[in-house]
Ligand binder design. Sequence first.
Ligand SMILES: *[C@@H]1O[C@H](CO)[C@@H](O)[C@H](O)[C@H]1NC(C)=O
Ligand SMILES: *[C@@H]1O[C@H](CO)[C@@H](O)[C@H](O)[C@H]1NC(C)=O
Ligand SMILES: *[C@@H]1O[C@H](CO)[C@@H](O)[C@H](O)[C@H]1NC(C)=O
Length: 412
Amino acid sequence: MANVLVTQCTAGWRLIDHHIARLLALALASLAYLSGTAYSTNLFIADYSGFVTTAALTSTCGGYSLEKTFTTNQCAPNPSWLTADLDRGLLYCLNEGLNTVNGSLSSFTVNTDGSLKLVQDTKSINGPVSGALYGSASGPRGIALAHYGGSAVSTWVLKNNGAFTLNQHFDYTLSHPGAVPDRQDAPHEHEAIVDPTGQYILVPDLGADLIRVFSYDQKTLKLKTLDPLKVKPGTGPRHAAFWQPTSSGKTYFYLVAELAATVTGYSVEYLSNGKGLNFTQIYSSPTYGDKLKQPPGNAPAEITVSPDNRFIVISNRNDTYFTLPNGKKSDSISTFQFQNDGKLSFVQLAPAGGSFPRHFSINKACDLIVIGLQNDNNVVVMQRAIDTGLIGNTVASLGVSGNPTCVIFDEK
Ligand SMILES: *[C@@H]1O[C@H](CO)[C@@H](O)[C@H](O)[C@H]1NC(C)=O
Ligand SMILES: *[C@@H]1O[C@H](CO)[C@@H](O)[C@H](O)[C@H]1NC(C)=O
Ligand SMILES: *[C@@H]1O[C@H](CO)[C@@H](O)[C@H](O)[C@H]1NC(C)=O
């Protein structure tokens, strides 16, 4: 078996220095001999039908396989988001509560085989759709939740064993609907994000056209409201990501607006004495970049900086730009590269592999992207070129029982 693997693998390595290739082949052969695989990791998948699934993604030289190994309904009825705290071996799951008065927060310990054991499941304000861990690694830690349906932000104090208690909540209202009344009938908190210094929590509000900004007390973990970032009425801020260039001390913030289908970049200045953040817009374009014509109806969802800190990747929903080999329409994934000045340069529009790529993740090695296709009840894994950021072929896929809302790698 190991010999076969080495033969298949070395064929592609002729371009590399002969000695390196031999060493690599030897290393891989021993790895493959010991484990039977060349790469193996787990994925955690949340889907709206009530399940959280663990799936094993394994590769041998030639191919990948993705197989369900564990399922739980202990975050039911409508899992919408997963936040991993893998240093502590914990996974938090949010249930949005699409047809119930309340949502819920549940916590699990992650076993070595990727299976999950419930620690706690507690009702929350309705509609949690995103959670972010905050606090210090050694001291008190909390999770901040964005409640889309419940128009709120809530915070919870976390214990090391996965137990948690409600800390506080902020409930928001709008005095009148926003510029897009059917989507901006009320505040809709869509994501919780922590800034790179860990001092601030940011919450894009799709209904109120705001990015809410909070500082917090290190001991009590209670949030304090600071000046928000206001965006153009009707743009519908949804998700965002920070970027710090490795070489300079600068900080940038990139916001995806769902209703305007734009990505906007800001340079971020830290005000003295924890007084907040000052944003200066430096870039804005459709999530399609500046070269392609964006179809009407595009509703971008997720934005992520690749783990190598070089690219920013955005999912586009409902754009149906591509037709797959099987004849079905596919939405898309946009890749941009950071410029030194924080502006973005468009790299690629790639097929997402199906309909409504609500969430996706890139692995630590940056050679794979996993995409949850909400309308297809399907999760796909695609190859990604580390140097260029180009997304390539689909190498594995897995059907799930409901609309996938969140897909993450079990990687520290
Ligand atoms: C459940 O929802 C109701 C109605 O919004 C709210 O008043 C209540 O506080 C929620 N319960 C919890 C535990 O958050
Ligand atoms: C924020 O930055 C702008 C320049 O972009 C500056 O004019 C303004 O004074 C700054 N605000 C604060 C509160 O520092
Ligand atoms: C998808 O786009 C079409 C326009 O192409 C629009 O009419 C429709 O409302 C959009 N659907 C969603 C769910 O955004």
